[in-house]
Ligand binder design. Structure first.
Ligand code: ADP
Length: 474
């Protein structure tokens, strides 16, 4: 029955309100029954009477016990108070209601009490409470003046409480209605969120409206954010698969075409056979390189690619890259220059970093027309090694600059570059390797003027204490 949040909340409110009303009612009921203001009033009256009688004591100085008794009985009838006199030994000598009321429980009355203690009371044999006050008399006796403690009858209480009970019932209904409304206010957005989450699971997505209490709003915001991320990641997965298929389709189609030509005899001269073989070989090689790159990326993504962190001479590594690329630059008639300052000891993966800078220099040469210049600079800046590769090539349009590190991204110009160009995975891999070294890679470009790629690598990283580590997340 109480499985939903709404009914539970509502039941809790009802229980709380009912509990509070019951406690307040019970305390009020006890207060009315005991009626402390009336008791205080009665006690003041008793003291006034006691003082009055005490003052008229000299008139009874030579009176007999019977005379005193009848005087007290008369006073009792007139003033409606019970009088008793105790001898110095605590013995009850006179009682104005002896015989007509229950006896005074003498043993429970301490005659040495402070006379003005308002809490003095005794309980008679019928269970009624009597308030009393004491006065010492000149002859050493003690006078007790008492009256039944006033209390309110149940019928009277019922009358007094009626408006209060009515107001209580009204408040209870009002509170139950409000409780129901509040429970709905809290639970409705949660229910909507659950429905939305179901819709997201089926592939449709509508952002959840941010309403209800702040915590519920925060939860809705977090779910929206998560759904956005899931969508983005699903989209990039779809794009990735589409890109891979596209990149594989082109070489496969040309391999298929040339193989067909060999099989059906269309390529029948030694020259055309050689050309078909050459195309099949270079397309297969391109696919092979792409698959290797994809495997590499997958390993870097999963953190299973081995990144060796060992001390290395980065200046030496960069000179090696420049030496290796010089023949390619010479062939492209591009002037490749190096400006490498003294660099601090560095810890990292030499092969992987060489892969990054080879890719940057390779791109720079590829996208720089003959007669252009490519420069590799390295220096130490604020505890970091800064390596930049700049060229005087075609440059990258500003709207494409932010995408070039994405997988398979190629600018329109480079797509037309022919089979010598890659498939747009080089910079994505370079970025993963730099990230695995806790560094950053950025690109700047003025279209028509050239581009500059800058890699910043921290010299010492706290994680580098162990020399051999695995994966970018280590
Ligand atoms: P690719 O294998 O196509 O070179 P990369 O990931 O290395 O792939 O580069 C992605 C794209 O970035 C390239 O296709 C090219 O459009 C652009 N790019 C990279 N380097 C340069 C450069 N130095 N000058 C101009 N464009 C560049």
């Amino acid at each position: 029955m109480f499985t939903s949040l709404r009914t539970r909340l509502w039941f809790t409110y009802a229980l709380l309100i009912g509990g509070v009303l019951f406690i307040v009612g019970a305390v009020f009921f006890i207060f009315l029954i005991r009626n402390p203001p009336a008791a205080r009033q009665a006690y003041l009256r008793l003291n006034l009477i006691a003082d009055l009688i005490q003052r008229s004591e000299p008139a009874l100085e030579n009176a007999t016990k019977d005379q005193i008794t009848s005087a007290l009985i008369r006073a009792d009838q007139r003033l409606e108070a019970r009088f008793a006199i105790f001898g110095p030994d605590g013995k009850l000598l006179v009682d104005s209601r002896a015989g007509s009321a229950t006896a005074i429980p003498v043993q429970r009355i301490s005659l040495n009490q402070a006379p003005l203690n308002p809490n003095l009371q005794y309980r008679d044999a019928l269970g009624r409470y009597w308030l009393y006050t004491l006065r010492s008399l000149a002859n050493g006796d003690v006078m007790l003046v008492s009256t039944i403690r006033p209390s309110t009858s149940l019928a009277q209480i019922r009358d007094d409480l009626r408006p209060l009970i009515q107001a209580g019932i009204l408040a209870l209904f009002l509170a139950l209605f409000l409780g129901f409304w509040i429970a709905r206010w809290i639970s409705a957005p949660l229910q909507r969120m659950a429905n939305e989450a179901h819709t997201i699971a089926t592939g449709q997505y509508h952002p959840i409206p941010l309403e209800g209490p702040i915590e519920v709003k925060n939860l809705a915001g977090a779910i929206n954010e998560m759904a956005d991320k899931v969508q983005t990641s699903q989209k990039s997965q779809r794009d990735f698969v589409a890109n891979v298929s596209h990149e594989l389709k082109t070489p496969l189609t040309s391999i298929q075409g040339f193989a067909q030509a060999i099989l059906d005899g269309t390529a029948n001269t030694p020259e055309s056979l050689r050309q078909a073989g050459q195309v099949i070989y270079s397309e297969a090689d391109r696919m092979h390189r792409m698959v290797l790159d994809l495997l590499d990326l997958a390993r870097l993504d999963a953190g299973t690619a081995e990144i060796v962190h060992s001390p290395l001479d980065i200046a030496n590594l960069l000179s090696g890259v420049v030496d290796k690329m010089t023949p390619q630059a010479r062939q492209a008639q591009v002037n490749l220059q190096a400006d490498i300052n003294t660099l601090p000891d560095f810890i990292g993966d030499g092969d992987r970093l060489a892969q990054v800078f080879t890719n940057l220099v390779d791109n720079a040469i590829k996208y720089t027309p003959s007669g252009g210049k490519v420069q590799l600079k390295a220096s130490q800046v604020d505890g970091q090694v800064e390596i930049s590769v700049s060229d005087t090539g075609s440059g990258i349009p500003p709207d494409e600059l932010s995408h070039i590190f994405e997988r398979f991204y190629q600018t329109d110009k480079s797509r037309r570059g022919g089979s010598g160009h890659g498939v747009g995975l080089g910079l994505a891999i370079a970025r993963e390797i730099v990230l695995a070294h806790h560094g950053t890679i950025t690109a700047r470009s003025d279209p028509g003027q050239g581009s500059t790629f800058t890699v910043l690598l921290p010299v010492a990283h706290p994680d580098d204490s162990t020399l051999v580590k695995k994966g970018k997340n280590n």
